[in-house]
Design a protein around this ligand. Sequence first.
Ligand code: NDP
Length: 497
Amino acid sequence: MFFSLPLRQLYYDGQVHAASSGKTFQTINPATATPLANIQVASNSDADTAIAAADRAFPSWSQTPAISRARILQKAAAILRERNDEIARIETLDSGKAFTETSTVDVETGADVLEYYANFIGSGGLKGETIQVREDVWVYTKKAPLGVCAGIGAWNYPIQIALWKSAPCLAAGNTMVYKPSEFTPLHGQILAEIYTEAGLPAGVFNVINGAGDVGAYLTSHPTISKVSFTGQVVTGQKVAGSAAGNMKYVTMELGGKSPLIVLPDADLENAVDGAMMANFYSTGQVCTNGTRVFIPRSMKTTFENRLLEKIPFMRSGPPLDEQTNFGPLSSASHHEKVLSYIRYGIETDRATLLCGGLEKPTMPQSLQAGYWVKPTVFTDCTDSMRIVKEEIFGPVMCVLSYDTVEEAVQRANATEFGLAAGVFTKDLNQAHRVIDQLQSGITWINTWGESPAEMAVGGWKKSGLGVENGRRGIEAWLQNKSTLVDMSGVGATFLPS
Ligand code: NDP
């Protein structure tokens, strides 16, 4: 079979290695449903070897002065920026996301986080604290890295997720073995090669490929000190459970069903644009999507009419085309999952289908086999509908009307998830009051989705544990060591004084 991209192997100890499993899998271009590349699967013994390489690299990397680590990470960020479009093209082929997104967001926001943590450690950010307890007694607490860490990525922001995990991990002085999702594995080796080119010592960042069983082997390995996982709640629960039994640190970035509340005084254009960004960006495959859109009953018709006027601006087409802003879903299995939710919404939940639905958008011949879906809006939804309660992870908006703000807040919080939330209003006092009551770790006012490097992000409730990014994000990759120093010369003694 002809593959348009070369075979991918494993990357550890500073170079590419053939896997010993004898097994491969294919990564598929979701726009055309054609195979892109063959990927070798890591065996348990390959994973052991990669973890051993990371373990050998740890003592020296963790002792490397922060300013020297910073220089290497800054160089890697610069290479990522130089190669932005080339990497973005590969991400588009692998994930189906429009090049207009991958070239402006995916690589760039990953490089931003790398640069942020490099600058943070380079400017003395890894500082502890000192407390004077008595005249001659001091306590100082220093920050220490954890050791060899595992990074497990989801398929929706492949290289960005790899960078949001590896940047703070390596900046803090840890080493990492990373497993990308089997649906979007191509970025792994590219990132490892960039780190090596930037001067990262062999074994500090390693990549193994494979499906969930490879992830499970990696995350439960006794040498691994910490697991940083991005994925579904149900997988996260398994991974966190096995990590807890072995006293490993965890960061869990999981799913959501986030509420977006439009208040009666909101600017209509801003609210409609926000709801579209919160549902259709990346073809709805964003963990923080605001898929439950709460609208004042009196505003519903106006809101929906404007939404219908704007939806044609979502343009499906060849994902590399500069005009395309709406790609296919990422895989055949995910396509089937999203369609089954749409079918359920029509046939069983019996919500009103405002637009979109089960029919494939009209596509040129070369794209007809791809995993395309239309931007879909259900209205007259109720809180008990399955499409309103469960994460669909596709471009499916549910419009819910409400009568009072208190009611909207109460219904917004009535979910097991707590990833994101947002409010649209011109009344800033009301905005802060409502945001304060929403049970979510990531919130927005009059906008949706932006997540800069400085912003610590993480879910509440079942949506996760811990945060990524910002100053708080690096704490998750460090442990504390407290030392009490007695300078009085008269330490505690059992002998009579
Ligand atoms: P999955 O949970 O299916 O998979 C996530 C990763 O875990 C993949 O690399 C997967 O491998 C691997 N994996 C599967 N089983 C195990 C296991 N037992 N032990 C260790 N690793 C395992 O999630 P998706 O890839 O489908 O990603 C979509 C989900 O991610 C959505 O729910 C979304 O909300 C969430 N997400 C959350 C974000 C956040 O920051 N909160 C950001 C982005 C996405 P493989 O795929 O190869 O099977």
